[in-house]
Structure formats: C-alpha cells, structure tokens
Write a protein that binds this ligand. Structure first.
Ligand code: GLU
Length: 291
C-alpha cells in the first residue's frame, strides 16, 4: 500500500512536470526584457501577449516569405522545399512558441503588405526593408540583416557605373524601394534619372529578368541578395555599384503590438547570441552590408 502511494506521488509529480514543460512550449526559454520591459510576456510563464497566444492556440505559424531569393527565402521547384535564412528564422520562431507547424505563403514586394493587413499571415520575413513610410503601416523588428541595392546588366552592355545609366531604361519591382534608391544614388553621382523616362515597373522579378534578356530594359535594379538569384552567363552583377543600405526586419500588422514586441525580443536575443550569424553562415549569405 505504502509502495503504491509512493508510485502515485511520483506519477503525479511527473505529470505536473510534463504540464509545466508543455506550458513552456519549448525547451528553449523565451527571452525577457526588450519589447516586454515588465518581463511578463514570456512563453516561460505562459503569459503571452494575446496576439501571440492566438497563434499558439491555432497551432500553426503563418509566415509570408520570398520563394525566389536564394539564401533568404527560396522554394525548390522540384521538391517544393523551402530554404534560406528567413525560412530558418520562421522555424526558430515557431520552435520557440512550441509549434512544429509553419505554413509558408509566397509573397512579393507588391503583395506582402496586403497579406499582412488582411490577416492571411501572421508576419512577413521577406527581404522587407524597414523605412519611415512603411513604419506608419506595419511594425518592424530590429533589423536582422542589411543588404545594399545593386544592378544586374548584360555582360556586353557596357554599363559599368552610374554615368552609363544616362538615357537607359531600368527594370524595378512595384512596391519596392529600388527606384527611389537609384534615383538618389545616381543624383549624388551627377546623373539625373526620372520615374517617367528611366524606369519600367514589373510585378515580379522573373518578369524583369525576362525584360533584361529581351532588351526591353538595360538594367535590373534591386537588392543584391535578390539579384544573385538571377545570375547566369549572360549577365553580371555590378559589384562597384552598391548603394542605399536595406535593413530587413520582420513585419507584423500594425495592431499586433504584442507580437511585434515578442518578435523584437527574439531578434535581439538571436543577434546577441550568434544565432542569426549562424543562419547567415549556414545559408551562404554574405555578411551584412556595412555601407
Ligand atoms: N528590400 C527591398 C524592399 O523592401 C526590395 C524589394 C523586395 O524586398 O522585394 O523594397
């Protein structure tokens, strides 16, 4: 009888421990401080912000990612598998929340904001540059990576720098920072480019590459990370023309302030402990642009 009592007690204790672990949702403690100065919003205590708890209760994290940016967000056409540091970040966030399921949605520069606003996705981790204008529409975490804008041109184009862009047509993506960044950088180098005379806007990057191949545009302008996905024998990335630092942040819907603070804490923790550097290295991504 006494023995049974002991067994029952140890089983009960084991049960309590299991419940406590399940409440943590992960064997890795969530960070405190940062976006949660009171230190109450941690997965450890189970006292998550309501918008984070809603994701945990749903059991799946929904993330908007790029599918055509090698090293960042890429989907293999044959296997349909996702890879890249932004994919790793999404998995790490899910793991911290105790979720094994991540549902990826393909986004472009033109669609990612709308998909956040409509509530179709919880967050965007998709080479999304933080700027003041965008901060009025969405929350952004501390940057996890900094890239620079560059140009992809035909190998035999003769374009080597800003001066060669005079009178040329440049392909950019709708909804991206690229056109404004190039107009400003060219102006600093004495070259005037205008939206009307020098730019063609496209919905997707493959369309810009096709336009470059067909000679409808003379250059393809966007972040170097994105351009690297379109390198082939006929084109070259202008290493000497790198401008306008692009700081990438994880974006959330403006009223998801609890989630925004939670993600900001995670990013800061992972910047501090080398996790993000490891993701950069694991995915063969160049170190952040230093300007
Ligand atoms: N990173 C730039 C932006 O957010 C380029 C566009 C893109 O990310 O697709 O505008």
């Amino acid at each position: 009888m006494k023995k049974n009592w002991k067994r029952l007690l140890s089983l009960a204790l084991a049960g309590v421990m299991c419940l406590a672990l399940a409440a943590c949702g992960s064997d890795e403690p969530a960070p405190t401080g940062g976006g949660d100065p009171a230190g109450t919003n941690t997965a450890q205590t189970g006292d998550l912000p309501a918008d984070v708890q809603a994701i945990v209760d749903r059991g799946v994290l929904r993330v908007g990612v790029k599918t055509d940016v090698p090293g960042f967000g890429y989907q293999d056409v044959l296997t349909e598998e996702y890879s890249g540091m932004e994919i790793d970040l999404a998995h790490k966030i899910a793991e911290t929340l105790g979720l094994s399921d991540v549902e990826f949605t393909a986004v472009t520069a033109a669609t990612r904001g709308q998909l956040l606003d409509s509530g179709d996705i919880d967050m965007v981790i998709a080479t999304f540059t933080i700027n003041d204008e965008r901060k009025e529409s969405w929350n952004f975490t501390t940057p996890y990576y900094t890239d620079a804008v560059s140009l992809l041109v035909k190998t035999d184009s003769g374009i080597a720098g800003y001066a060669d862009l005079d009178g040329k047509m440049i392909g950019v993506s709708t909804g991206s920072t690229s056109m404004e960044a190039l107009i400003a950088a060219a102006a600093e180098n004495g070259i005037t480019l205008t939206k009307e005379a020098n730019f063609s806007e496209y919905a997707t990057y493959p369309e810009i590459k096709t336009a470059l191949d067909a000679g409808r545009v003379d250059a393809f302008c966007v972040d170097g990370s994105i351009l690297s996905g379109y390198l082939d024998d006929s084109v070259v990335l202008l290493d000497s023309v790198r401008f306008s630092p692009q700081e990438y942040g994880i974006a959330t819907k403006l009223d998801n302030t609890g989630l925004a603070g939670y993600l900001d804490e995670l990013v800061n923790t992972w910047l501090g402990d080398g996790t993000i550097d490891q993701m950069i290295a694991d995915n063969g991504v160049a170190a952040s642009f230093e300007g």
